[in-house]
Design a binder for this molecule. Sequence first.
Ligand SMILES: [Zn+2]
Length: 293
Amino acid sequence: MNILTFDLEEWFHILKNPSTDNESSWGNFEYRLRKNLDRILELLDDSENIATFFCLGWVARKYPSIVEEISSLGHEIGSHSNAHQLIYRYDRKFFKKDLEVSIKSLEDITGKKVIAYRAPGFSLVADTMWVFEELIMQGIEFDCSIFLGNHSHGGRIKAFGLRPSIINVDGKKIKEFPVNSFKFFHKEVAFSGGGYFRFLPYQIIKRLMFSSGYIMTYFHPRDFDKGQPIIRDLSYYRLFKSYYGLSSSFPKAVKFLNDFDFVSLSHADKLVDWQRSQQFNLVDGQLKQINSI
Ligand SMILES: [Zn+2]
């Protein structure tokens, strides 16, 4: 099962960086989302794939026609928060309001209920498991914020394993679809999205695809934009991670989407055998596994 997802944000929505991590500076940058997205939508049409787009509330208000178009083409719209902030940077009150605003901005445009969520930077970490309670309260049924491999802003949540799981919270449940990874020198390394997809040779990605039973992709429009301006105040390491492989990433994605079949999150939900999935209870902010699958 290969799940196709995109985080719908601009090229300058880069976290933990002074010139880009706050809404007050976003008006200074050139907008490139429309152009970048057109190519992606065309590729999805050509390769006959339906995806889930996790959109920022900010994007919905800035480009309502984009969100409307994605939804009218049959793709699923989820929330990627409102203001693209790391969860652990603010408190629970901020998270609640931010999620509320994002869901309302998206639902006002599409007229469809938002039931899927992905945290900015996969920043749902061990100390912020209360997020699941807030997500359930606001009608979210699927979460895709767990990153098993190393990630700059989160990740390394080992409890889940390489498959979807159910989290029970006070008699209600939410389904978790983590980002998959592979073992490389005892480390979990992702390959199905972002910088990892740009960095790894396609033949390796292809081989990993064939050997994996569950794939959760996570692309951004900027992953395919070789003309995007360079954010100069990033560290050398982050400059490499943000801009490596941009000239070959789109042709690589064309091959990827034509070589493999993908489904949206809601479609994947119907394919999972939930009776045999890992289950957790959320108790006092901690996950406790309740079965041994
Ligand atoms: Zn993001």
